[in-house]
Design a protein around this ligand. Structure first.
Ligand SMILES: C[S@@+](CC[C@H](N)C(=O)[O-])C[C@H]1O[C@@H](n2cnc3c(N)ncnc32)[C@H](O)[C@@H]1O
Length: 184
């Protein structure tokens, strides 16, 4: 059966280059940060953002437990501020929208206004043959609205410059789905 998170990694792997620069826009417990860190290797660079100190603490442990190279910069700030921190072109950016798994504080979820700012910034940072992948959780109200907003925004992209695709489980509308924005 299709495993969306495995499919996400396939998409990312097709664009990530050893020595490249990646951004994890929603660090959480750091599983995507660890994946990106290993994929770019010791000569690469990963910037990871979260608004919660506990996400940085948890990610530090995830990176250490996973034996990741020392190539990550963990940033306690909103992903909407990415352009203040990242000056290089990126080969991959990952958003895993929603709230910190297991935190209990669902108020600290991603929100449409800052998500849109961050996605616009992410696209502006894309190198050629790069990817921005955005996982959406429509099972809660803000997640549903973020997904609708992103569909409207991303559908308008120029097909000559970007391929925007959406992957969802058609017979499970409340399940997570993802957008992949690939640059030419
Ligand atoms: C679904 S979790 C991410 C899970 C993560 N990818 C992992 O591997 O564990 C979403 C995260 O986004 C964070 N977040 C919410 N608003 C944010 C913002 N404006 N900027 C950066 N991170 C934000 C939350 O604190 C939460 O940790």
């Amino acid at each position: 059966m299709t495993d969306l998170s495995a499919l996400e990694k396939q998409f990312l792997s097709a664009h990530i280059k050893p020595g490249g620069v990646c951004v994890d826009f929603t660090m959480g417990n750091g599983h995507d940060t660890a994946f990106l860190s290993k994929a770019v290797g010791e000569n690469g660079k990963v910037y990871a953002f979260d608004i919660q100190q506990k996400a940085l603490d948890s990610t530090r442990k995830t990176l250490s437990d996973a034996g990741c190279p020392d190539n990550c910069t963990l940033i306690l700030d909103s992903h909407s501020e990415v352009l203040s921190y990242v000056k290089e072109k990126i080969c991959a950016g990952v958003f895993n929208l929603g709230y910190l798994p297991g935190s209990g504080n669902k108020a600290l979820t991603t929100k449409r206004e800052t998500t849109l700012q961050a996605v616009k910034a992410a696209v502006s940072l894309m190198d050629s043959d790069a990817i921005v992948l955005i996982a959406v959780y429509p099972g809660h109200e803000e997640g549903k609205l973020e997904g609708q907003m992103l569909l409207e925004f991303l559908s308008a992209f120029d097909r000559k410059k970007y391929c925007v695709s959406k992957f969802e489980i058609a017979n499970s509308p409340a399940s997570p789905y993802f957008f992949a924005v690939e640059s030419k």
